[in-house]
Unconditional design. Structure first.
Length: 154
C-alpha cells in the first residue's frame, strides 16, 4: 500500500514542476558552446600548425645528421640517384664500401608531418654540402606559412 501512495504522490501528471529542460534553455547552452568553439578553435588550429612545423624541423635535423654519419663512414655523401633511401639500405647491385647502416632508427625514410616525402638534392643550392627540405603542407614549391619550404639551411 505504501508503494502505491508514494507512486501517486511523486508522479502526478498534473504537477506544475517538470524535470526536463525547456527549448530556450537548450538553445542558450548551444549558443554558449558555439561561442566558445569560435574563440578556442583558431587557437587550437594555430598550435597544431606550429607543432607540425617544429616536428618537421626536428626530422630535418635527424635526416641531416644521418647523411653526415653516412659521409663519415663512406667518405662521400649520397648521390642524387641514391637519395635518402641509401640511409636505410645498402644497394644490392652496387654495394657501398664501408656502409654501416641503417642510419635511421625505424629502417625507413620518414615523410614530413603533412605526409609528403622529403626532397634530397646534391649539389646544394644553399652553399651547403647537400639540401634536404620539405615542400610544406601543399607539397609544392613556393608558398607562405604552412605551405613554405622548410630546409636544413634554415
Amino acid at each position: 500500500m505504501q508503494t502505491t501512495e508514494y507512486f501517486t504522490k511523486h508522479t502526478n501528471p498534473h504537477s506544475r514542476k517538470s524535470s526536463g529542460f525547456t527549448l530556450i534553455e537548450i538553445m542558450i547552452v548551444m549558443v554558449i558552446i558555439a561561442m566558445l568553439a569560435a574563440l578556442v578553435g583558431p587557437r587550437v588550429m594555430g598550435a597544431l600548425s606550429s607543432s607540425k612545423i617544429k616536428a618537421t624541423k626536428i626530422q630535418l635535423e635527424t635526416l641531416s645528421a644521418s647523411v653526415e654519419a653516412f659521409n663519415l663512414d663512406t667518405g662521400r655523401f649520397p648521390t642524387q640517384l641514391e637519395g635518402l633511401q641509401v640511409l636505410v639500405e645498402n644497394p644490392e647491385k652496387t654495394p657501398i664500401k664501408n656502409w654501416r647502416g641503417p642510419y635511421l632508427k625505424k629502417n625507413k625514410v620518414p615523410g614530413d608531418e603533412w605526409g609528403n616525402p622529403f626532397v634530397y638534392e646534391i649539389p646544394s643550392k644553399h652553399k651547403m654540402p647537400f639540401d634536404i627540405y620539405s615542400l610544406g603542407a601543399d607539397g609544392k614549391i613556393g608558398g607562405t606559412g604552412d605551405d613554405a619550404e622548410l630546409g636544413n639551411w634554415d
